[in-house]
Write a protein that binds this ligand. Structure first.
Ligand code: SF4
Ligand code: SF4
Length: 236
């Protein structure tokens, strides 16, 4: 078979029972159209059932399979073996867990902890305006929605937050901050003052230094730093 690759995965292992960490190498023969989640399954089936990794929908919609591949945060369900070989120009890959939350085991991080940051910005309309007429729906003009609809594609995979150096210190992070800005742009939200307080607090938008690393890695191709720039300039 021509589209067959021999790849080496150097994977971070962590055993919470012994508190030991190490790098383990696996050599795998894989077809080019296998995704990295398929390769993990192959390792579980053929070499090592103890390797732990996370996924759920496996269609780039749930954000649970983020990992760091050769330094770049990515979704393991989207990355084909042949694309990885082409993109990184190598057959050897270092795989690490995302750096946004404590590691539970191997490539699995505690996403609930990461979600604490999302919950802090209240990812819902705090005080939605009523529709103009009772019983009617609130209609938002397309030209208004177009200003922020791109940001609503976010699946909270935390790839951007992992790439953002500021996120590892005192910053809510790109995705949480963007989610707050989206609701500042949403005409239905009336709790603008509360949202501005969140935006401008100590760990708010001014922690961002506009490096654009977040936009570079987003699997949904959202220009996150554009929205953060709007937030800094107060252009809602
Ligand atoms: S903005 Fe993009 S990279 Fe960041 S969490 Fe959302 S989908 Fe993931
Ligand atoms: S542009 Fe801002 S949010 Fe994005 S990676 Fe850089 S510091 Fe982080």
């Amino acid at each position: 078979m021509s589209d067959l690759y021999t790849i080496t995965l150097d994977i971070s292992r962590y055993d919470p029972d012994t508190n030991l960490s190490w790098i383990q190498s696996y050599q795998v023969q894989a077809g080019g159209i296998l995704r990295f989640v398929d390769v993990f399954r192959k390792i579980n089936d053929e070499q090592d059932p103890t390797l732990a990794w996370a996924s759920s929908c496996e269609h780039a919609q749930c954000g649970s399979c983020g990992i760091i591949v050769n330094g770049k945060p990515m979704l393991a369900c989207e990355l084909l073996v042949r694309d990885a070989v082409a993109q990184f120009n190598t057959h050897t890959f270092s795989l690490r867990p995302l750096r946004i939350a404590p590691v539970i085991r191997d490539l699995v991080v505690d996403l609930e902890k990461a979600y604490d940051r999302i919950h802090e910005i209240k990812p819902f309309l705090i005080n939605p305006a009523p529709p103009p007429e009772e019983g009617d729906e609130y209609r938002i003009p397309p030209e208004t929605v177009n200003n922020y609809v791109e940001a609503t594609r976010c699946i909270n995979c935390f790839c951007c937050a992992t790439a953002c150096i500021s996120s590892h210190r005192h910053f809510l992070g790109p995705n949480a901050t963007m989610a707050n800005i989206v609701r500042l742009m949403d005409p239905r939200e009336t709790a603008k003052d509360e949202r501005l307080d969140i935006l401008c607090r100590e760990d708010g938008v001014y922690r961002c230094h506009t490096s654009r690393a977040c936009s570079f890695v987003c699997p949904k191709e959202i220009d996150i730093s554009h929205f953060l720039a709007l937030g800094k300039e107060g252009k809602f």
